[in-house]
Design a protein around this ligand. Structure first.
Ligand code: MLC
Ligand code: AMP
Length: 507
């Protein structure tokens, strides 16, 4: 028996002093040091009595420690559940409770406010900081750096990543060993990753993009990462000439283009820039090429499916498209109402099938059945068409979601909160074009007959319940929401009416 994901990503580097993470101030963590840290963490899990399949929820800053918790979970057969560090305790409590996590690891600075969250969910709370302090780190220090990797099957669960739903309730996406491993193997192959690659890593590591695409691919190829705590323009520009590859959301590339220090010379050593998680404007693609000589490689993925399509490494990287299905992945375009396959060129629902497609939503069999067909095709909620050369174009979404700076924001969750505010009869949340973030959140409110809403107070009231990135940047009050004959709010009309609200990059 074996543990395919652990063996391929981590175990293969055992005893190797090769560099894995380049940190600030010239500090480097080798593969060996990293694996020893992970094994100590795995021994802490064992000492706590965690057993195969238990969930470990983690809300800590981006750090080698955070990655080592991921590695230790895989090595111990636990299910890793990373959480956005921007989530408020209210948001976090849902994930910890819904997943039935046995252990919740947070930053020491948030220990007090998250104590009740863990208590209510029946999870044990430990703390772990980026400087390797905290209650979890303290226990790890006295543990052995040897650990017998737990045997696992390719179909066993390794991660639970929550994605919000159109009804406002988040769903836990169950990802198996093979979902992650097969996708990483494909990407290493088609993007030609090797041990010589140095990936400039500025993404968060609580989402598919930064955790699985960037990190798994680098680990599998035996490469290294310049590991920056977050996308900081100065740090990216300082480090880019030492890297060979970078992965980012479109905002990374527009921010780089807006900085005159980002020149052809400093990007000369790079062999690949990858973009995803949100649409990359054709204009950005072209400007980037004009500035650097590099054509950004755009790919398309989702939490539920990892990566689905990619523009070619060799061959034409076509601006405004997300390329071709990955080897082993099938894409079909269907009629949203009938589910019937459409002919190439027609716009319809994008459906995906392959080893990358998740196992279902955690304890939500009805939701799973709605989106994952019995024949294995997953209904993505994205709309697209396949052109005559086989490139997939994403032309819109069949789901009410806003993508801001690569983060998905579900209007329903915010509308439910706004509707409950004093003076508000109903509300509509829309995403409007934003030069930096792609889309930014705006709330349209209809006031109650007898009282008017206090917008400042409302903005204050929702801060406790919503991560900053989900909070509307602007609120407007109107007399009534436009509706169609079926009574459905016409958000497209609202988007038209307010389309120029964000004029500047820093609005
Ligand atoms: C931060 N803020 C955001 C935001 N990120 N608001 C809206 N949308 C966002 N994405 C808030 C901050 O709280 C701050 O509030 C203010 O906006 C400005 O902050 P900033 O310093 O300019 O933002 P920054 O920290 O630089 O973050 C922007 C960003 C970041 C784009 C670098 O959001 C980011 O790293 N995004 C990547 C998301 C990602 O990895 N997605 C992958 C999902 S996986 P204030 O008021 O406090 O100043 C997936 C599948 C796939 O989609 O295909 O990959
Ligand atoms: P998430 O739920 O965070 O995994 O986000 C997945 C969604 O991001 C997809 O369903 C798409 O709507 C969007 N997405 C990912 N990559 C791209 C891309 N290259 N172009 C357009 N949209 C994308």
């Amino acid at each position: 028996m074996a543990n395919p994901l652990y063996d391929n990503l981590f175990g293969r580097h055992a005893g190797q002093a090769t560099p894995f993470l380049y940190l600030s101030h010239g500090k480097t963590i080798s593969h060996e040091t990293f694996l020893r840290m992970a094994a100590r963490y795995a021994n802490v899990f064992a000492k706590m009595g965690l057993s195969i399949g238990d969930r470990v929820a983690v809300q800590i800053d981006k750090s080698p420690q955070a990655l080592a918790v991921y590695a230790a979970s895989v090595q111990s057969g636990l299910v890793y559940l990373p959480l956005n560090t921007a989530y408020t305790p209210k948001e976090v409590s849902y994930f910890v409770e819904n997943s039935g996590a046995s252990l919740f690891i947070c930053q020491e600075s948030k220990g007090n406010e998250l104590h009740t969250v863990a208590l209510n969910a029946g999870a044990k709370l430990e703390t772990l900081n980026a400087d390797d302090t905290g209650t979890f780190a303290a226990q790890a220090k006295i543990m052995s750096a040897d650990y017998d990797t737990v045997d696992r099957d390719a179909e066993d669960l390794v991660a639970l990543l929550y994605t919000s739903g159109t009804t406002g309730r988040s769903k836990g996406t169950m990802l198996s060993q093979n979902n992650l491993l097969s996708n990483a193997q494909t990407l290493v192959d088609i993007w030609k990753f090797s041990a010589g690659d140095v990936l400039l890593h500025a993404l968060p590591i609580f989402h598919t993009h930064g955790l699985f695409v960037a990190t798994n691919v680098t680990l599998l190829a035996g490469g290294s990462m310049i590991f920056i705590p977050k996308f900081d323009l100065d740090a990216v520009i300082d480090n880019i000439s030492s890297a060979t590859t970078m992965m980012g959301v479109p905002t990374f590339y527009t921010r780089l283009l807006n900085d005159s220090r980002f020149t052809k010379e400093i990007a000369q050593h790079m062999r690949l820039f990858v973009s995803g998680s949100a649409p990359l404007l054709a204009e950005t693609h072209l400007k980037f090429e004009a500035r650097t000589g590099h054509r950004i490689l755009e790919r398309y993925g989702m939490t539920e499916t990892n990566m689905n399509t990619s523009n070619p490494f060799e061959g034409e990287r076509r601006a405004g498209t997300v390329g071709f299905p990955l080897p082993g992945v099938e894409i079909k375009i269907t009629d949203s109402k009938t589910g019937k396959k459409l002919v190439d060129g027609e716009i319809g629902e994008i459906e995906v099938r392959g080893p990358n497609v998740f196992k279902g939503y955690w304890q939500m069999p009805e939701k799973t059945a709605e989106e994952l067909r019995i024949d294995g095709f997953f209904i993505t909620g994205d709309l697209g068409r396949i052109d005559t050369d086989g490139y997939l174009h994403i032309s819109g979404r069949n789901k009410d979601v806003i993508i801001s700076g690569g983060y998905n924001i579900y209007p329903k969750e915010i509308e439910l909160l706004l509707d409950a505010q004093p003076g508000v009869m109903e509300s509509a949340i829309i995403g409007l074009p934003h030069k930096d973030l792609g889309e930014a959140v705006v709330g349209i409110l209809v006031q109650n007959n007898d009282s008017s809403p206090d917008l400042v107070q409302i903005a204050r009231n929702i801060t406790e319940s919503l991560a900053k990135y989900k909070q509307p940047r602007k609120l407007f009050v109107i007399n009534e929401l436009p509706r169609n004959t079926m009574g459905k709010v016409q958000k497209n009309r609202l988007r038209e009416d307010y389309q120029t609200v964000f004029k500047n990059i820093d609005d």
